[in-house]
Design a protein around this ligand. Structure first.
Ligand SMILES: *Cc1c(COP(=O)(O)O)cnc(C)c1O
Length: 462
Protein backbone atom coordinates (compact mmCIF):
# COMPACT_ATOMS: atom_id res chain seq x y z
CA UNK A 1 0.00 0.00 0.00
CA UNK A 2 1.41 3.40 -0.85
CA UNK A 3 1.48 5.98 1.90
CA UNK A 4 -1.11 8.06 0.03
CA UNK A 5 -3.75 5.41 0.71
CA UNK A 6 -3.10 5.19 4.46
CA UNK A 7 -5.53 7.16 6.59
CA UNK A 8 -3.79 10.25 7.96
CA UNK A 9 -4.59 12.23 11.05
CA UNK A 10 -5.66 15.86 10.82
CA UNK A 11 -2.36 16.79 12.45
CA UNK A 12 -0.39 14.91 9.81
CA UNK A 13 -2.30 16.65 7.00
CA UNK A 14 -1.71 20.04 8.63
CA UNK A 15 2.00 19.42 9.09
CA UNK A 16 2.48 18.40 5.46
CA UNK A 17 0.28 21.30 4.35
CA UNK A 18 2.32 23.95 6.10
CA UNK A 19 5.58 22.27 5.05
CA UNK A 20 4.81 22.37 1.32
CA UNK A 21 1.59 24.11 0.22
CA UNK A 22 1.56 27.89 -0.33
CA UNK A 23 -2.14 28.75 -0.22
CA UNK A 24 -3.75 31.54 -2.30
CA UNK A 25 -4.52 34.87 -0.56
CA UNK A 26 -3.00 33.59 2.69
CA UNK A 27 -0.70 34.88 5.42
CA UNK A 28 1.53 31.82 5.46
CA UNK A 29 2.79 32.25 9.02
CA UNK A 30 -0.59 32.65 10.63
CA UNK A 31 -1.93 29.66 8.68
CA UNK A 32 0.99 27.52 9.88
CA UNK A 33 0.19 28.57 13.45
CA UNK A 34 -3.53 27.83 13.18
CA UNK A 35 -3.30 24.74 10.96
CA UNK A 36 -5.51 24.38 7.89
CA UNK A 37 -9.00 22.96 8.17
CA UNK A 38 -8.89 19.84 6.00
CA UNK A 39 -12.08 19.31 4.00
CA UNK A 40 -12.43 15.70 2.96
CA UNK A 41 -15.89 15.20 1.43
CA UNK A 42 -19.18 16.86 0.60
CA UNK A 43 -22.79 16.14 -0.29
CA UNK A 44 -25.55 18.56 -1.31
CA UNK A 45 -24.91 21.80 0.61
CA UNK A 46 -22.78 20.19 3.36
CA UNK A 47 -19.03 19.66 3.82
CA UNK A 48 -17.21 17.35 6.22
CA UNK A 49 -13.74 17.99 7.62
CA UNK A 50 -11.06 15.46 8.57
CA UNK A 51 -12.33 15.38 12.17
CA UNK A 52 -15.81 14.42 10.98
CA UNK A 53 -17.42 17.83 11.64
CA UNK A 54 -20.27 18.77 9.31
CA UNK A 55 -20.44 22.32 7.92
CA UNK A 56 -23.29 23.99 6.05
CA UNK A 57 -21.47 25.54 3.08
CA UNK A 58 -23.22 28.88 2.63
CA UNK A 59 -20.45 30.02 0.22
CA UNK A 60 -20.84 27.25 -2.42
CA UNK A 61 -17.14 26.44 -2.13
CA UNK A 62 -15.98 29.80 -3.50
CA UNK A 63 -19.18 31.07 -5.18
CA UNK A 64 -19.11 28.18 -7.63
CA UNK A 65 -20.85 24.95 -6.58
CA UNK A 66 -24.24 26.13 -7.89
CA UNK A 67 -25.72 22.63 -8.33
CA UNK A 68 -24.39 21.43 -4.97
CA UNK A 69 -21.95 18.63 -4.25
CA UNK A 70 -22.21 15.02 -5.36
CA UNK A 71 -24.09 15.41 -8.66
CA UNK A 72 -23.60 12.12 -10.47
CA UNK A 73 -24.35 13.45 -13.97
CA UNK A 74 -21.37 15.81 -13.83
CA UNK A 75 -19.12 13.01 -12.58
CA UNK A 76 -20.31 10.68 -15.36
CA UNK A 77 -19.80 13.36 -18.02
CA UNK A 78 -16.19 13.87 -16.90
CA UNK A 79 -15.40 10.14 -16.73
CA UNK A 80 -16.93 9.43 -20.13
CA UNK A 81 -15.10 12.30 -21.82
CA UNK A 82 -11.78 11.41 -20.18
CA UNK A 83 -11.99 7.92 -21.61
CA UNK A 84 -13.11 9.02 -25.06
CA UNK A 85 -10.80 12.03 -25.51
CA UNK A 86 -9.23 13.60 -22.42
CA UNK A 87 -7.61 16.46 -24.31
CA UNK A 88 -7.24 18.02 -27.66
CA UNK A 89 -6.48 21.65 -28.47
CA UNK A 90 -8.41 24.16 -30.56
CA UNK A 91 -5.42 26.08 -31.92
CA UNK A 92 -4.71 24.66 -35.34
CA UNK A 93 -8.07 24.60 -37.06
CA UNK A 94 -9.27 21.73 -34.88
CA UNK A 95 -12.12 21.43 -32.38
CA UNK A 96 -13.76 18.81 -30.14
CA UNK A 97 -17.49 18.02 -29.91
CA UNK A 98 -17.93 19.11 -26.23
CA UNK A 99 -16.43 22.55 -26.93
CA UNK A 100 -18.64 23.07 -29.99
CA UNK A 101 -21.76 21.88 -28.20
CA UNK A 102 -21.06 24.09 -25.20
CA UNK A 103 -20.50 27.13 -27.45
CA UNK A 104 -23.85 26.40 -29.09
CA UNK A 105 -25.63 25.98 -25.74
CA UNK A 106 -24.10 29.15 -24.27
CA UNK A 107 -25.27 31.10 -27.32
CA UNK A 108 -28.79 29.79 -26.62
CA UNK A 109 -28.97 30.58 -22.89
CA UNK A 110 -27.19 33.96 -22.86
CA UNK A 111 -28.87 37.21 -24.02
CA UNK A 112 -29.42 37.36 -27.79
CA UNK A 113 -26.51 39.71 -28.58
CA UNK A 114 -24.18 36.82 -27.68
CA UNK A 115 -23.57 34.29 -30.44
CA UNK A 116 -19.86 33.64 -29.87
CA UNK A 117 -17.67 32.52 -26.99
CA UNK A 118 -13.92 32.55 -26.27
CA UNK A 119 -12.99 29.82 -23.76
CA UNK A 120 -10.39 30.20 -21.00
CA UNK A 121 -9.37 28.20 -17.96
CA UNK A 122 -10.58 30.66 -15.30
CA UNK A 123 -12.30 33.96 -14.61
CA UNK A 124 -8.98 35.81 -14.35
CA UNK A 125 -7.93 34.53 -17.77
CA UNK A 126 -11.34 35.60 -19.05
CA UNK A 127 -10.73 39.15 -17.92
CA UNK A 128 -7.22 39.12 -19.42
CA UNK A 129 -8.94 38.12 -22.65
CA UNK A 130 -11.38 41.03 -22.25
CA UNK A 131 -8.52 43.54 -21.94
CA UNK A 132 -6.79 42.26 -25.07
CA UNK A 133 -10.03 41.87 -27.02
CA UNK A 134 -11.45 45.35 -26.41
CA UNK A 135 -8.14 47.00 -27.29
CA UNK A 136 -7.87 44.82 -30.39
CA UNK A 137 -11.42 45.79 -31.37
CA UNK A 138 -10.69 49.51 -31.28
CA UNK A 139 -7.38 48.95 -33.03
CA UNK A 140 -9.09 47.17 -35.95
CA UNK A 141 -11.61 50.02 -36.15
CA UNK A 142 -8.76 52.54 -36.52
CA UNK A 143 -9.10 54.03 -33.02
CA UNK A 144 -5.99 52.60 -31.30
CA UNK A 145 -5.94 55.54 -28.87
CA UNK A 146 -9.02 54.06 -27.17
CA UNK A 147 -6.95 52.20 -24.53
CA UNK A 148 -8.39 53.07 -21.14
CA UNK A 149 -10.59 50.61 -19.29
CA UNK A 150 -12.60 52.06 -16.43
CA UNK A 151 -13.35 49.84 -13.43
CA UNK A 152 -14.33 50.47 -9.82
CA UNK A 153 -12.77 50.57 -6.37
CA UNK A 154 -13.40 47.39 -4.39
CA UNK A 155 -14.14 45.42 -7.56
CA UNK A 156 -12.79 41.88 -7.94
CA UNK A 157 -11.85 40.69 -11.42
CA UNK A 158 -9.29 37.99 -10.60
CA UNK A 159 -5.63 37.76 -9.72
CA UNK A 160 -3.60 37.66 -12.92
CA UNK A 161 -1.76 40.90 -13.85
CA UNK A 162 -4.69 42.22 -15.86
CA UNK A 163 -7.37 40.75 -13.58
CA UNK A 164 -5.83 42.29 -10.47
CA UNK A 165 -5.35 45.58 -12.31
CA UNK A 166 -9.01 45.69 -13.31
CA UNK A 167 -9.90 44.85 -9.72
CA UNK A 168 -10.03 47.71 -7.26
CA UNK A 169 -8.37 46.09 -4.26
CA UNK A 170 -5.64 48.41 -2.96
CA UNK A 171 -3.89 45.55 -1.12
CA UNK A 172 -3.51 43.66 -4.39
CA UNK A 173 -2.29 46.74 -6.28
CA UNK A 174 0.39 47.29 -3.65
CA UNK A 175 2.04 43.96 -4.48
CA UNK A 176 3.66 43.62 -7.91
CA UNK A 177 3.45 47.14 -9.31
CA UNK A 178 -0.21 47.25 -10.32
CA UNK A 179 -2.37 48.40 -11.95
CA UNK A 180 -0.89 47.99 -15.42
CA UNK A 181 -1.15 51.15 -17.58
CA UNK A 182 -4.47 52.54 -18.80
CA UNK A 183 -6.72 50.98 -16.21
CA UNK A 184 -8.45 53.51 -13.94
CA UNK A 185 -11.02 53.22 -11.15
CA UNK A 186 -14.09 55.15 -10.07
CA UNK A 187 -15.91 54.87 -6.74
CA UNK A 188 -18.25 51.89 -6.15
CA UNK A 189 -22.07 52.08 -5.84
CA UNK A 190 -22.04 51.21 -2.13
CA UNK A 191 -25.02 53.04 -0.65
CA UNK A 192 -24.44 52.16 3.05
CA UNK A 193 -20.91 53.63 2.88
CA UNK A 194 -21.26 56.49 0.38
CA UNK A 195 -24.94 57.31 -0.02
CA UNK A 196 -26.34 57.89 3.43
CA UNK A 197 -28.84 60.70 3.61
CA UNK A 198 -29.88 59.98 0.01
CA UNK A 199 -32.50 57.59 -1.29
CA UNK A 200 -30.95 54.46 -2.78
CA UNK A 201 -32.28 55.34 -6.23
CA UNK A 202 -30.88 58.87 -6.16
CA UNK A 203 -27.54 57.49 -4.98
CA UNK A 204 -27.52 54.94 -7.84
CA UNK A 205 -27.83 57.74 -10.39
CA UNK A 206 -25.11 59.76 -8.68
CA UNK A 207 -22.74 56.75 -8.58
CA UNK A 208 -23.32 56.08 -12.29
CA UNK A 209 -22.63 59.76 -12.92
CA UNK A 210 -19.08 59.24 -11.62
CA UNK A 211 -18.50 57.19 -14.78
CA UNK A 212 -19.53 60.09 -17.01
CA UNK A 213 -17.34 62.50 -15.01
CA UNK A 214 -14.34 60.22 -15.54
CA UNK A 215 -15.04 59.72 -19.24
CA UNK A 216 -15.17 63.48 -19.74
CA UNK A 217 -11.99 64.00 -17.71
CA UNK A 218 -10.10 61.39 -19.76
CA UNK A 219 -11.64 62.31 -23.12
CA UNK A 220 -14.21 59.88 -24.52
CA UNK A 221 -11.96 59.09 -27.48
CA UNK A 222 -9.43 57.56 -25.06
CA UNK A 223 -11.86 55.18 -23.35
CA UNK A 224 -12.23 51.60 -24.60
CA UNK A 225 -14.58 50.00 -22.08
CA UNK A 226 -16.20 49.99 -18.66
CA UNK A 227 -16.21 46.76 -16.62
CA UNK A 228 -18.20 45.84 -13.53
CA UNK A 229 -19.69 42.93 -11.62
CA UNK A 230 -23.51 43.25 -11.59
CA UNK A 231 -23.19 42.67 -7.83
CA UNK A 232 -19.69 42.99 -6.35
CA UNK A 233 -19.02 39.60 -4.78
CA UNK A 234 -15.59 39.44 -3.14
CA UNK A 235 -15.95 43.14 -2.31
CA UNK A 236 -18.69 42.18 0.15
CA UNK A 237 -21.88 41.48 -1.85
CA UNK A 238 -22.47 45.13 -2.68
CA UNK A 239 -25.91 45.20 -4.33
CA UNK A 240 -26.26 48.39 -6.38
CA UNK A 241 -29.48 50.44 -6.42
CA UNK A 242 -31.88 49.53 -9.24
CA UNK A 243 -31.14 52.84 -10.98
CA UNK A 244 -27.41 52.19 -11.31
CA UNK A 245 -26.94 49.76 -14.21
CA UNK A 246 -29.47 51.26 -16.66
CA UNK A 247 -27.77 54.64 -16.18
CA UNK A 248 -24.30 53.06 -16.66
CA UNK A 249 -25.56 51.55 -19.90
CA UNK A 250 -26.99 54.89 -21.06
CA UNK A 251 -23.63 56.59 -20.44
CA UNK A 252 -21.63 53.87 -22.24
CA UNK A 253 -24.00 54.14 -25.21
CA UNK A 254 -23.76 57.91 -25.27
CA UNK A 255 -19.96 57.79 -25.68
CA UNK A 256 -19.78 54.57 -27.72
CA UNK A 257 -17.86 52.79 -24.96
CA UNK A 258 -17.97 49.00 -24.64
CA UNK A 259 -19.79 47.65 -21.59
CA UNK A 260 -18.37 44.53 -19.93
CA UNK A 261 -20.31 42.55 -17.33
CA UNK A 262 -18.13 40.31 -15.16
CA UNK A 263 -20.62 37.50 -14.50
CA UNK A 264 -18.14 35.10 -12.88
CA UNK A 265 -20.28 35.05 -9.72
CA UNK A 266 -23.63 36.39 -10.95
CA UNK A 267 -23.88 34.01 -13.92
CA UNK A 268 -25.73 30.69 -14.09
CA UNK A 269 -28.70 31.47 -11.88
CA UNK A 270 -27.13 33.07 -8.84
CA UNK A 271 -29.30 36.23 -8.95
CA UNK A 272 -32.55 34.54 -10.02
CA UNK A 273 -32.00 35.00 -13.76
CA UNK A 274 -29.46 33.16 -15.88
CA UNK A 275 -27.20 36.23 -15.79
CA UNK A 276 -26.90 39.25 -13.52
CA UNK A 277 -27.28 41.68 -16.41
CA UNK A 278 -30.81 40.29 -16.89
CA UNK A 279 -31.64 40.87 -13.22
CA UNK A 280 -30.45 44.48 -13.45
CA UNK A 281 -31.75 45.13 -16.95
CA UNK A 282 -28.72 46.05 -19.02
CA UNK A 283 -27.20 44.77 -22.23
CA UNK A 284 -23.43 44.21 -22.11
CA UNK A 285 -21.12 43.90 -25.14
CA UNK A 286 -18.93 41.31 -23.38
CA UNK A 287 -19.60 38.97 -20.50
CA UNK A 288 -16.94 37.12 -18.48
CA UNK A 289 -17.98 33.83 -16.88
CA UNK A 290 -16.33 30.99 -14.88
CA UNK A 291 -17.21 29.44 -11.48
CA UNK A 292 -20.88 28.43 -11.93
CA UNK A 293 -20.42 27.32 -15.56
CA UNK A 294 -19.12 23.97 -14.25
CA UNK A 295 -20.32 24.45 -10.65
CA UNK A 296 -16.59 24.31 -9.87
CA UNK A 297 -16.33 20.56 -10.53
CA UNK A 298 -13.47 21.31 -12.96
CA UNK A 299 -11.92 24.67 -13.94
CA UNK A 300 -13.41 26.52 -16.91
CA UNK A 301 -13.98 30.15 -17.83
CA UNK A 302 -14.65 32.26 -20.86
CA UNK A 303 -15.94 35.42 -22.45
CA UNK A 304 -19.23 35.80 -24.28
CA UNK A 305 -18.52 38.13 -27.20
CA UNK A 306 -21.34 40.35 -28.44
CA UNK A 307 -22.02 40.49 -32.17
CA UNK A 308 -20.89 44.14 -32.30
CA UNK A 309 -17.38 42.92 -31.44
CA UNK A 310 -17.45 39.42 -32.92
CA UNK A 311 -18.35 40.73 -36.41
CA UNK A 312 -15.37 43.08 -36.38
CA UNK A 313 -12.93 40.42 -35.09
CA UNK A 314 -14.17 37.84 -37.59
CA UNK A 315 -14.62 39.98 -40.70
CA UNK A 316 -11.86 42.57 -40.38
CA UNK A 317 -9.44 41.26 -37.76
CA UNK A 318 -7.11 38.62 -39.21
CA UNK A 319 -5.48 36.48 -36.52
CA UNK A 320 -6.35 37.26 -32.89
CA UNK A 321 -3.02 36.42 -31.28
CA UNK A 322 -4.33 35.14 -27.98
CA UNK A 323 -5.40 31.84 -26.44
CA UNK A 324 -4.70 29.17 -23.87
CA UNK A 325 -3.72 25.50 -24.06
CA UNK A 326 -6.95 24.72 -22.24
CA UNK A 327 -9.26 27.01 -24.29
CA UNK A 328 -12.20 24.68 -24.93
CA UNK A 329 -10.83 21.79 -22.84
CA UNK A 330 -13.09 18.84 -23.77
CA UNK A 331 -13.47 17.46 -20.23
CA UNK A 332 -14.26 20.88 -18.77
CA UNK A 333 -16.73 21.56 -21.57
CA UNK A 334 -18.41 18.15 -21.10
CA UNK A 335 -18.86 18.90 -17.39
CA UNK A 336 -20.23 22.38 -18.20
CA UNK A 337 -22.77 20.82 -20.57
CA UNK A 338 -23.93 18.39 -17.88
CA UNK A 339 -24.04 21.22 -15.33
CA UNK A 340 -26.14 23.55 -17.52
CA UNK A 341 -28.50 20.72 -18.49
CA UNK A 342 -28.99 19.93 -14.80
CA UNK A 343 -29.77 23.60 -14.07
CA UNK A 344 -32.31 23.47 -16.91
CA UNK A 345 -33.86 20.10 -15.95
CA UNK A 346 -34.28 21.08 -12.31
CA UNK A 347 -35.27 24.66 -13.22
CA UNK A 348 -32.83 25.96 -10.62
CA UNK A 349 -33.10 29.49 -12.02
CA UNK A 350 -36.86 29.46 -11.40
CA UNK A 351 -36.27 27.84 -7.99
CA UNK A 352 -34.06 30.82 -7.03
CA UNK A 353 -36.30 33.45 -8.63
CA UNK A 354 -39.69 32.23 -7.35
CA UNK A 355 -38.97 30.18 -4.27
CA UNK A 356 -35.72 30.18 -2.28
CA UNK A 357 -34.59 33.68 -3.37
CA UNK A 358 -37.68 35.44 -1.93
CA UNK A 359 -37.57 33.06 1.07
CA UNK A 360 -33.96 34.02 1.82
CA UNK A 361 -34.89 37.71 1.47
CA UNK A 362 -37.57 37.23 4.18
CA UNK A 363 -35.14 35.34 6.40
CA UNK A 364 -32.58 38.15 6.10
CA UNK A 365 -35.23 40.79 6.81
CA UNK A 366 -36.01 38.89 10.03
CA UNK A 367 -32.39 39.39 11.14
CA UNK A 368 -32.75 43.18 11.08
CA UNK A 369 -34.02 43.13 14.67
CA UNK A 370 -30.63 41.89 15.90
CA UNK A 371 -28.61 44.55 17.79
CA UNK A 372 -25.51 44.00 15.59
CA UNK A 373 -27.29 44.07 12.22
CA UNK A 374 -27.27 47.50 10.56
CA UNK A 375 -28.40 46.26 7.17
CA UNK A 376 -29.28 42.88 5.66
CA UNK A 377 -29.92 42.54 1.97
CA UNK A 378 -30.13 39.82 -0.63
CA UNK A 379 -30.48 39.39 -4.37
CA UNK A 380 -31.35 35.89 -5.50
CA UNK A 381 -29.02 33.68 -3.47
CA UNK A 382 -26.45 36.31 -2.57
CA UNK A 383 -26.75 37.97 0.80
CA UNK A 384 -24.87 40.36 3.06
CA UNK A 385 -25.26 41.40 6.68
CA UNK A 386 -23.64 44.66 7.77
CA UNK A 387 -22.38 44.43 11.35
CA UNK A 388 -22.53 47.78 13.15
CA UNK A 389 -21.64 49.15 16.57
CA UNK A 390 -24.75 51.31 16.63
CA UNK A 391 -27.72 50.79 14.36
CA UNK A 392 -28.69 54.46 14.43
CA UNK A 393 -26.52 56.05 11.74
CA UNK A 394 -24.87 52.66 10.99
CA UNK A 395 -21.88 53.49 13.22
CA UNK A 396 -19.08 51.04 12.31
CA UNK A 397 -16.94 49.06 14.73
CA UNK A 398 -13.33 50.06 15.17
CA UNK A 399 -11.62 48.12 12.31
CA UNK A 400 -8.99 46.86 14.77
CA UNK A 401 -11.68 44.78 16.47
CA UNK A 402 -12.01 42.67 13.32
CA UNK A 403 -15.69 42.10 14.08
CA UNK A 404 -16.27 40.11 10.87
CA UNK A 405 -13.48 37.67 11.68
CA UNK A 406 -14.83 37.22 15.21
CA UNK A 407 -18.23 36.32 13.77
CA UNK A 408 -16.67 34.06 11.15
CA UNK A 409 -14.83 32.18 13.91
CA UNK A 410 -18.15 31.46 15.63
CA UNK A 411 -19.60 30.30 12.30
CA UNK A 412 -16.86 27.72 11.72
CA UNK A 413 -17.12 26.49 15.31
CA UNK A 414 -20.89 26.08 14.92
CA UNK A 415 -20.94 24.25 11.60
CA UNK A 416 -21.48 27.14 9.19
CA UNK A 417 -19.27 28.52 6.42
CA UNK A 418 -20.02 32.22 6.09
CA UNK A 419 -17.41 34.66 4.81
CA UNK A 420 -16.38 37.96 6.37
CA UNK A 421 -15.41 40.96 4.22
CA UNK A 422 -14.50 43.69 6.70
CA UNK A 423 -17.71 44.28 8.65
CA UNK A 424 -19.92 42.46 6.12
CA UNK A 425 -20.91 38.81 6.60
CA UNK A 426 -21.75 37.31 3.22
CA UNK A 427 -23.33 34.18 1.81
CA UNK A 428 -23.95 32.61 -1.58
CA UNK A 429 -25.32 29.10 -0.93
CA UNK A 430 -25.78 26.40 -3.58
CA UNK A 431 -28.87 27.01 -5.74
CA UNK A 432 -30.24 23.59 -4.74
CA UNK A 433 -30.79 24.78 -1.15
CA UNK A 434 -34.32 24.15 0.18
CA UNK A 435 -36.56 26.31 2.40
CA UNK A 436 -35.95 23.92 5.30
CA UNK A 437 -32.19 24.31 4.83
CA UNK A 438 -32.59 28.11 4.71
CA UNK A 439 -34.33 27.85 8.09
CA UNK A 440 -31.33 25.90 9.37
CA UNK A 441 -28.96 28.49 7.87
CA UNK A 442 -30.86 31.40 9.41
CA UNK A 443 -30.87 29.71 12.82
CA UNK A 444 -27.10 29.20 12.62
CA UNK A 445 -26.55 32.81 11.55
CA UNK A 446 -28.62 34.11 14.46
CA UNK A 447 -26.75 31.91 16.93
CA UNK A 448 -23.39 33.18 15.62
CA UNK A 449 -24.57 36.80 15.75
CA UNK A 450 -25.63 36.24 19.38
CA UNK A 451 -22.20 34.78 20.25
CA UNK A 452 -20.53 37.73 18.53
CA UNK A 453 -22.69 40.13 20.52
CA UNK A 454 -21.65 38.44 23.78
CA UNK A 455 -17.99 38.93 22.78
CA UNK A 456 -18.60 42.56 21.85
CA UNK A 457 -20.27 43.30 25.20
CA UNK A 458 -17.65 41.46 27.22
CA UNK A 459 -14.72 43.11 25.41
CA UNK A 460 -16.48 46.53 25.49
CA UNK A 461 -16.37 46.99 21.72
CA UNK A 462 -19.85 48.49 21.93
C1 LIG B 1 -13.60 34.71 -8.82
C2 LIG B 1 -13.77 35.88 -9.72
C3 LIG B 1 -12.89 36.12 -10.79
C4 LIG B 1 -11.64 35.30 -10.98
O1 LIG B 1 -11.91 34.00 -11.34
P1 LIG B 1 -10.74 32.89 -11.15
O2 LIG B 1 -11.36 31.67 -11.73
O3 LIG B 1 -10.43 32.81 -9.69
O4 LIG B 1 -9.58 33.36 -11.93
C5 LIG B 1 -13.17 37.16 -11.63
N1 LIG B 1 -14.23 37.93 -11.47
C6 LIG B 1 -15.11 37.75 -10.46
C7 LIG B 1 -16.30 38.63 -10.35
C8 LIG B 1 -14.88 36.73 -9.54
O5 LIG B 1 -15.70 36.57 -8.50
Amino acid sequence: MSSATLPRSTQSWQAADSAHFLHPFTDFQSLAKAGARIITRAEGIYLWDSDGHRLLDAMSGLWCVNVGYGQQSLVDAAAKQMLQLPFYNAFFQTATPPAIELAELLAAITPPQFQHVFFTGSGSEGNDTVVRMVRRYWDILGQPERQVIISRNNAYHGSTMAGASLGGMSGMHAQGGLPIPNIVHIEQPYWAALGQGMSRDAFGLMAAGWLEDRILALGADKVAAFIGEPIQGAGGVIIPPATYWPEIERICDKYGILLVSDEVICGFGRTGHWFGCETFGFKPDLMTFAKGVTSGYVPLGGVMVGERIARVLIEQGGEFEHGYTYSGHPVACAVALANIRLIQQQDLVGHVHDDVGPYLAQAFASLLDHPLVGDAETCGLMGAILLVKNKAGLVPFNPEVGIGMVCRGHCFANGLVMRAVGNRMIIAPPLVITRLQIDELTGLIRRCLDLTLVDAQREKWI
